[in-house]
Design a protein around this ligand. Structure first.
Ligand code: SAM
Ligand code: DTB
Ligand code: SF4
Length: 334
């Protein structure tokens, strides 16, 4: 198996497998990642913690706050998502938030210690008339001294450049799962569409935030397949959100067999080992996660969280609960 110290990027092995570029580098095979999943838990965590300490302050955690600036009514069919118009969930189609309300939420996030503010919209792709107000929000949030992040769906030519110009630091766009499981979850856009958007984000020199969801009924090999896609990007994402599926009634994935929590911790550890320089975010799913499991995730190399009572439409731990957890574990926000 490839050890982290042997992880030399072999530029001769650059593979151009998409119609644009999306170059990948053969850092990790799916088989090598699958072998990491088979390690005894303690050996895996030791390896992950060793990689973590070699690359990061072991007790520092990056803190982002998320806000849904446009909720519900989405045309897509992502099987996990309560915001898809076609599923009968409690989420209503709402208009875009007013800029003043967004800025008030950003100020509150900053006052509570967040360093990054992520704005999410339930769109397949932003229309130009929708993008204009978002550009204003980004510029104003940036002017408040926060890092900015947006997740607005697929980007068309020129949109990433406009976001960069407005002051966007990160764009979140997830691969969600392995290519071979993807079609079981989403049919209204392809894996390649996602890779193309990620390419345009990179080309515009915006940091990439890209990860996926675990616990959708995928196999262990498919979890390894997702991590291989991320780790083998020419430049791995700066930020890798690992979401545990939040099951929402009315979505097709509601009722999926619950994932063993240790499998989630293993996934975090392997993300850390395969992407040693990336921030790995313990993302959706913390509300239902015992604090002992969250502590194991931090030990496994997670060093970023969403902070604040709400994700987009579902719950997240109370800010006070997270403050207490940080104090108990001796973690500090960065
Ligand atoms: N509409 C845009 C898009 O899909 O790119 C941006 C918002 S979308 C909600 C952002 C990401 O949230 C999805 O790609 C998915 O990874 C994650 N997500 C959505 N619903 C989730 C759920 N129920 N559990 C875990 N993660 C979820
Ligand atoms: C990401 O990877 N997770 C966040 C963020 N990027 C946009 C979203 C999680 C959404 C969980 C379901 C909800 O609250 O609607
Ligand atoms: Fe729409 Fe994004 Fe939800 Fe998919 S994940 S249904 S694109 S809001």
């Amino acid at each position: 198996m490839q050890s982290t110290t042997e992880m030399v990027v072999n530029t001769d092995s650059l593979k151009h497998h998409s119609k644009q570029c999306s170059p990948t580098v053969n850092r990790w095979s799916v088989a090598e990642i699958a072998a990491l999943y088979e390690l005894p838990f303690n050996d895996l965590l030791h390896q992950a913690q060793t990689v973590h300490r070699a690359n990061f302050d072991p007790n520092g955690v990056q803190v982002s706050t998320l806000l849904s600036i446009k909720t519900g009514g989405c045309s897509e069919d992502c099987g996990y998502c309560p915001q898809a118009a076609r599923y009968h969930t409690d989420v209503e189609n709402e208009p875009m938030m007013a800029i003043d309300d967004v800025l008030a939420a950003a100020k509150e996030a900053k006052d509570n210690g967040a360093s990054r503010f992520c704005m999410g919209a339930a769109w397949r792709s932003p229309k130009q008339r929708d993008l204009e107000p978002v550009l204003k929000m980004i510029a104003e949030v940036k002017a408040m001294g926060l890092e900015t992040c947006a997740t607005l769906g697929m980007l068309k030519d020129g949109q990433a450049a406009q976001l960069k110009e407005a002051g966007l630091d990160y764009y979140n766009h997830n691969l969600d799962t392995a290519p071979e499981f993807y079609g079981d979850v989403i049919t209204t856009r392809t894996y390649q569409d996602r890779l193309d958007t990620l390419d345009s984000v990179r080309e515009a020199d915006i940091n990439v935030c890209c990860g996926g969801i675990i616990g959708m009924g995928e196999s262990r090999n498919q979890r390894a397949g997702l991590l291989a896609q991320l780790a083998n990007m020419e430049r791995p994402p700066e930020s890798v959100p690992i979401n545990l599926l939040t099951q929402v009634e009315g979505t097709p994935l509601h009722g999926t067999e619950e994932l063993d929590p240790f499998e989630f911790v293993r996934t975090i550890a392997i993300a850390r080992i395969t992407m040693p320089k990336s921030f790995v975010r313990l993302s959706a799913g913390r509300q239902s996660m015992h604090e002992g499991i969250q502590a194991l995730c931090f030990l496994a190399g997670a060093n970023s969280i969403f902070y604040g009572e709400k994700l987009l439409t579902t719950g997240n731990p109370e800010a006070e609960t997270d403050k207490k957890l940080f104090a108990k574990l001796g973690l500090h926000p960065i």
